[in-house]
Design a protein around this ligand. Sequence first.
Ligand code: GAP
Length: 436
Amino acid sequence: MDKIVSLCKRRGFVYPGSDIYGGLANTFDFGPLGVELANNIKKSWWKNFVQNRSDIYGLDGGILMNPKIWEASGHTQGFIDVLVECKKCHKRFRTDQIEQDLPAGRQECPDCGGELTEAKKFVPMFKTFVGPVEDSASIAYLRPETAQAIFVNFKNIIDSFHPVLPFGVAQIGKAFRNEITLGNFIFRKLEFEQMEIEYFIEEKDWKKYFEEWEKEIEKWVIGLGINKKNIHWRKHDKEELAHYSKHTEDIEYNFPFGGFKELYGLAYRTDFDLKNHSEKSGKDLKYVDLKTNEKFFPHVIEPSFGMERTMLMILSEAYCEEEIKETKRIVLKLKPALAPIKAAIFPLLANKPDLIKKAKEVYEILKKEFPTVWDDRGNIGKRYYSQDEIGTPYCITIDFDTLEKDDVTVRERDSMKQERIKIKELKEYLEEKLNE
Ligand code: GAP
């Protein structure tokens, strides 16, 4: 884990938040490569779960919403963390997490072994105020889940698109939680991105669709390049269930800190949300089956994905150290579609104008197509290793033969095999490889 954190900072994937002011716990900023990786994750998710399907509609709801939404959704009363504080070192912990980390029955500070205070309840939603007056009438919350924007737009989607059950609404967006336990790097942040789907169904079908979604989630995770042995499902017991859920299972990933931990949640939310919003807003949020004229609240299966946990999983899975002729190389074996940079252009020598001119031509062709970088520092071996560390799948060297034959050396990251490819065929060659 330390190696991944260090690589992320050194190479510009993830920086600690507010670093020059000593940081702010559980906040992080994405550097240039982190932004690309995050965008690739979100693009892959949106393509797979929205664009490739005909039963899912996209939405982008607000972060700030009417506070009545959080009463109707049960968050102001039911979205609660239970905290304890160490009497000795004064660190605070969530009781559910201490229970996971300590042997059964032991209740002591996981850091210093000190005695813990009585448990206290706490609502981890961030409050803010809308307008110039900071009173109880102007309170608003930063959303702790993107899901509620979907429920409150349910009628809008029905009126605009007339979808027939089963159908889903998907959203990618920021969510905020006042997390008090120190997270493991980007695993637990104050501000994170969720990729959520509310899939509306008839009550009788909940089990069938729950199982279908388990398979869909697993397929997507494996498609990201994750080994099946590093994931498993864990069912929530009754005490652990969120206030809105009748049945939840988490898909867990074998993270490099502390083993299997929650990656995503899959919940059967029943008709809890639509029913409550209908009651509290006074608006009819029932669905009408046009074949039978039956009117009812659809039930909901909710696959909920965390973008940052996806990123941490992908980085953990891809990170490799290899011995090559007594030198160590660090390589991120990312799927090409996820790699922040797709190709790097190397002129063999930085002080030969003919080589530089030709290499710039190749660089300009590829840069228009996908993220491509230029590197003319040091020797070629060092440039390869530098690109391996950030997962660039292809490095392209322009040498003296290029000037005569108009071809280049393309070196593949994982196998380190090299091939000569004609410049006029290079774009198509790479496009094909990157889409594999
Ligand atoms: N709408 C359902 C919901 O929000 P959740 O299990 O609380 O369910 C869903 O959150 C997912 O969001 C988690 O499985 C995780 O991937 C991600 N997540 C939750 N809290 C997070 C945090 N503080 N930092 C990063 N990701 C988080």
